[in-house]
Write a protein that binds this ligand. Structure first.
Ligand code: ASP
Length: 327
């Protein structure tokens, strides 16, 4: 009798749990979702996040609110998501630095490969080397000579130790065997403000942010970091063809949530992200920002996890050979 009662109680508990789970899956998201951008507002990662969040808000029927948690090259914001409740209500929109910071920082307060639940890849964009409008060099060749001649009198702004712009600058300095004075910001949004104001000389940023300023002549463009020229800026040479052989740095974006989030939430986020990348409004905006959405079969947790693993493996020897660490 006792055993039977125990069995009944357990069965009721299990069905209640199943009932609650089914309800939660159906209801997700039942409240606003936070999308953490690990850089300051106004930069390229923020811009991409706002385009994606706006579309996802329409699809999931709840506000997807962008929150900028800049600092420590993107690792502060990533840490915030790693430690969030695993309920699918805290997302991370991050880029290549999610992989490179795992190598650039010898100690991180989270495990890059184990503490996040990937949702899918989003888009890719090369970076562009841009300077304040009145920097003297007239071409990338002249700029490289100018850096060699002026060394640490040249000021290079970046989005914090471990960010993509920091990595770009480190690779340039390593290739030129010349130091510059690096100026860290919480994102390239504020760095761009200072470049436009002439407070710093140079930066390397996703073309997303620089293209508008390049076209309006407010910054001086020199080169792009992809191995082929960008169709949106065909007059700009690549660094690879300008003497920095093999230089290649493409920023790729991914969407994550906290490890342990319910499968149903991840599925819903994934289909909202896929819907965003098929929405004409999003595609037009990305085209204006020279940002290339990934193929839809890349918008999967597996594709993002695989990219993350491949990129950690790719950058480890390059960063180690350059002997540069963030800590
Ligand atoms: N472009 C930045 C980076 O260098 C980040 C940003 O503000 O989007 O990583």
């Amino acid at each position: 009798m006792l055993i039977r009662r125990l069995f009944m109680t357990l069965a009721a508990g299990v069905s209640l749990m199943l009932g609650v789970d089914a309800f939660a899956a159906d209801a997700y998201p039942a409240q606003p979702v936070t999308m953490v951008v690990p850089f300051a507002a106004g930069g390229p990662t923020d811009t991409v996040a706002r385009v994606v969040a706006e579309s996802m808000t329409r699809t999931v029927g709840q506000q997807v609110i962008v929150e900028n948690v800049g600092g420590a090259g993107g690792t502060l914001g990533a840490g915030r998501v790693a430690r969030a409740d695993p309920d699918g209500y805290t997302l991370l929109l991050h880029h290549i630095s999610q992989a490179t910071s795992a190598v650039l920082y010898r100690k991180l307060p989270y495990d890059t490969l184990a503490d996040f639940a990937p949702v899918g890849l989003i888009a890719e964009v090369p970076m562009a080397i841009v300077a304040r409008a009145d920097l003297p060099p007239g071409s990338i060749g002249e700029l490289l000579d100018y850096i060699r001649a002026n060394k640490d009198e040249v000021t290079y702004g970046h989005a914090g130790i471990g960010s993509a712009s920091h990595l770009c600058g480190m690779l340039m300095m390593d290739a030129l065997k010349t130091p510059m004075t690096t100026v860290p910001y919480k994102g390239t949004g504020p760095a761009m403000t200072d470049l436009l104001g002439g407070q710093i000389d140079l930066m390397c940023d996703q073309a997303t942010s620089s293209i508008g300023h390049i076209k309006s002549g407010k910054v001086k463009p020199y080169a792009v970091t992809s191995t082929s020229r960008m169709s949106a800026l065909p007059e700009l040479p690549t660094l690879d063809e300008s003497g920095l052989d093999g230089f290649e740095l493409t920023v790729w974006y991914g969407l994550y949530t906290t490890k342990g989030a319910p499968r149903a939430a991840i599925d819903k986020l994934q289909s909202a992200l896929r819907a965003a990348l098929q929405e004409p409004k999003v595609l037009e905006r990305f085209a204006d920002l020279a940002t290339q959405p990934v193929a839809l079969d890349q918008v999967t947790p597996e594709a993002l996890q695989q990219r993350l693993e491949q990129e950690i493996a790719r950058w480890r020897p390059i960063i180690q050979a350059a002997g540069v660490y963030a800590d």
